[in-house]
Design a protein. Structure first.
Length: 99
């Protein structure tokens, strides 16, 4: 991280200068490495989010709405953090699934 902030810190996909090109190459290189690690069919399947809460909301509001339906079961533990409980509660209400 330190090397990035000292040498390659630039907006990705937003410039034509060398620093932006290096930052973009590093960004997309990380996506490709993660795709290989998780055996994704394509690096395009890898989506970056700011944190786990944003990722959970993204999954619940995209994949969940498209794939969870009436009577389906959404299973969570009793120890879930509020930020992991609410998106699934809302999805259960919208899709009429059982939580």
């Amino acid at each position: 991280m330190e090397a990035y902030y000292r040498q390659d810190n630039s907006n990705v996909h937003r410039g034509v200068h060398a620093l932006s090109a290096r930052a973009t190459a590093a960004f997309e290189g990380a996506r490709e490495r993660v795709a290989r690690f998780v055996r994704a069919a394509s690096p395009k399947e890898i989506v970056w989010t700011r944190n786990a809460s944003e990722a959970i909301n993204l999954v619940a509001n995209t994949w969940g709405l498209a794939n969870v339906g009436i009577g389906d079961e959404i299973v969570l533990s009793v120890a879930e953090h509020h930020s992991n409980l609410v998106p699934w509660q809302l999805l259960a209400q919208r899709s009429r699934a059982n939580l």
